[in-house]
Write a new protein. Sequence first.
Length: 619
Amino acid sequence: MIVAMIGRRRGGREILVLKANELLNAKSMVVSGFRYLGILTVLWGELGGYLWVLWTCRWPEIGLSRQAERPTHVLLISDPQVRYPLNALVGDNSFLGPFRQFLCDTNIRKNWYIAKHFHPDAVIVLGDMLASGKYASTQAEYDAYAQKFDNIFRTRHSIPTYFIPGNNDIGMGTAAPVSKHVRQYYKERFGELNQRIMIRGHAFVLLDAPGLVDEDYQRNAQFTEYDQWHPLPEGPVEFVHNFKSTQNASRPTILLSHIPLARPDAASCGPLRERGTIRRNVGHGYQNTLGKQTTTFLLQVLQPSIVFSGDNRDYCDYIHRPGGASDEVPPVREVTVKSFSPTRHIRHPGFQLLSLVSPATQPSFADRPCSLPGQNDIYAGLYLFVAVISFGVLFANFLWAKCLPKHNLSRIPLTHRVSDYRTDSDGDSAPGQPPDSAIWSPHTPTMPFSSMSKFPPMRTPNSDSITTMRATSQPSSPYASPMLSPMMSPAFDEDTEDGVYISQYPLDRGFAEGDEEHHGFKSPLLPSSSPETAGSGWKLSDRKPSPFSWSWSFVFRGRRRRLTMSVPAVKSLIEYCCVGDGASPSRGRSAAWGVVVDYCRIVWPSFVVWCIITWWTTF
């Protein structure tokens, strides 16, 4: 921001000139700079962070035997928690409800857009596909809900997708679902509650963890151990026993459970967890971990090589030791996969990559977590920071311009001679030569002026007055003096108007040869002598009258007065409220609105880029 103040002093009088071209150019550069910064910020927030995930996160190959055959890649995601359209099931009818749902759905679509670009051979969802599936009352309602999930998580038909139930899909514990048939609704859309699948020689056990918790409550109510418990028909305990009886010991078992297994409250989850750990807790419709006896039962019967779970939202890597210090049951590693959808519990969503090779080699599998950009970091951090900085710079520019002195570019009285402002070749002021006129002399008197008058010797065209009264006259001599030759003046009675004129205004004179306009060096600050203004006396400055205004004219102390009253316009009220009652409301108004206009010029290109990227990655 460059402001040049040039001062010239002559006769103890200082004239200040404000150059605004540099200020305007600097503001244009600021607007253009922040516009490009906003576009780059959106490109990084919507594409750069996700492309960085594709660049840095790879399918795990370390530890696997080098073979000519390609490993099988399995994508594990947990807790997508797709919301029901317009949140009708959970009753979120707030004003921001649709907006929050739109942002959440958009983020899930972008996450899936990146995840499917890893080109997995199979996809397994570790429960909670739906945020409120347990509240569905009919099969049609559940199907509409599940259809939205299918529209978001679209895959090629050649890629198999498997699901395990979560507590939000079918309900659990004391939080009974709205319909008793919600489990049947789930089976119609996502498949069986308990499944066994084979992928590259590995047996995957897809367990109904919510059903196992409910059956565990019934077993505890009868004070019965698992080895004496009669499993419920088609329940998870019966499924585990059947799997054990048919499982080939040479095939590694991978257990998939929506609810994590039990562990001590102080157990560490490793360095990749954002905060806290997994603690035992039970609430309305949820349970943080399975029971201790249930965990021991699963590890001893299934003897899995690794366990993958969800529900906790954050990442956790823990080693279970069901056999204690003995070697009867080997340690089992459990990985709790991060939530795939944005949530307040974590900053960065994520997913898990699992690579499989033939079980004939050891090890036969390897996994790796991948984190996605955080929604809050992008919107509340990156975008908001750039937006506040942009507006702050524009507003500071507005305040700086408002605090500048309200000097006009040149404030020169009309009674000053043009020669007073001529300079020599050295830049110093020098008195100019009078014009070549036969009527000029050094003794020509100047305009009379009363020392008691409140007004300056002459009204300037740069006056800040709202309603400017201008005196119109025929051209006079270059020094605003009366004509000395009586032959050059027209015959009219001047005494008839002298009573109305105050001392600060010149009298009407006739046109004479030798005037400034005749000699071609008329000052641009002098009013032009047009036919409309000639001989008209006083004239209001050009301004359209208000449609709701009243005016009265009267004579007071020998002078004609005019009083005008009008209803303030809405635009004037806005100017007064936003700008204040400064000496130049139009200047303040233009500056205040200029901040808004400049900010819109910065924001709209970034918004267009955001819409294009969102449409490209989500639809």
